[in-house]
Design a protein around this ligand. Structure first.
Ligand code: PGA
Length: 249
């Protein structure tokens, strides 16, 4: 695992974009795994800004997303499908038909999980963007999710629902279930960029590196991946010791 310490959100966006741009320069038809949540927003802002200024093209790119709430329509303001359109896809030249996200409105959710897993198995990701939950989740793989999990229905923990309540009328309105890419599918990405900011993530970052690998912190699964870069600010890094660091180039 490599680490890059950034001073602020702007630098986080630039540093993460540098990783995406390297992948795109080598492979304009790369498959990119995107994440939702507030942490990657500076990256998406940077991608939009770069697209406007430099015209970096996403026409040949395929995008897949980590997760979606069950029961929210793609038009719902809290759906991750809408989040991706509003914060990124509508502002770059990616083709809508080249984007995929689990459908939380599917009649048959198990069949939707199977469809998504099948799609992922034939669409290997060149790079996967990840956030991390305060409880160490990656995607919506909550504590004790198995390492060999594929796309599945998850019952969100009370903590995750409380952490994600901001856009909802009240915390009880946060969906109870979600569909998420499984841990084995996250680990299948060639390169992983994990973004973390703020003191609220410090324990999860510490646990990702130091906790027993019993998946009480699902992010510990990333230790076995050969190409993970963690981009974080001082607050998220506050429980780490600097001599534990391998700096990213
Ligand atoms: P956040 O979510 O970026 O909104 O903190 C991250 C996550 O839960 O994975």
């Amino acid at each position: 695992m490599k680490f890059a310490l950034v001073k602020n959100n702007k630098e986080l966006g630039e540093r993460a974009f540098f990783e995406i741009k390297q992948v795109l320069d080598a492979k304009p038809d790369a498959v990119i795994g995107f994440a939702t949540g507030s942490t990657p927003l500076p990256l998406y802002a940077k991608m939009v800004d770069d697209y406007k200024k430099n015209g970096t093209s996403y026409k040949a790119v395929r995008a897949v997303n980590l997760d979606e709430y069950v029961g929210l329509d793609a038009k719902d303001k809290n759906s991750y499908a809408r989040f991706m359109r509003e914060n990124l896809f509508d502002h770059i030249d990616i083709l809508p038909e080249n984007t995929d996200i689990p459908n939380g409105m599917a009649q048959d959710l198990e069949a939707e999980c199977a469809r998504y897993s099948e799609m992922l198995s034939v669409t290997p990701r060149d790079i996967q963007i990840l956030g991390i939950g305060a409880n160490g989740h990656i995607g919506f793989n909550e504590p004790y999710t198995k390492k060999d999990s594929t796309t599945h229905i998850v019952s969100l923990t009370a903590r995750t629902r409380a952490d994600n309540a901001a856009g909802f009328k009240n915390p009880a309105a946060v969906p109870i279930y979600a569909l998420t890419m499984g841990i084995s599918e996250i680990l299948a990405a060639k390169k992983i960029i994990l973004l973390a900011t703020g003191e609220k993530k410090a324990q999860a970052i510490y646990d990702m590196l130091r906790a027993r690998e019993d998946l009480s912190c699902p992010a510990t699964a990333l230790r076995g991946h050969p190409d993970v870069t963690v981009i974080l600010d001082k607050e998220a890094a506050s429980l780490l010791k600097f001599d534990e660091w391998t700096p990213a180039e």
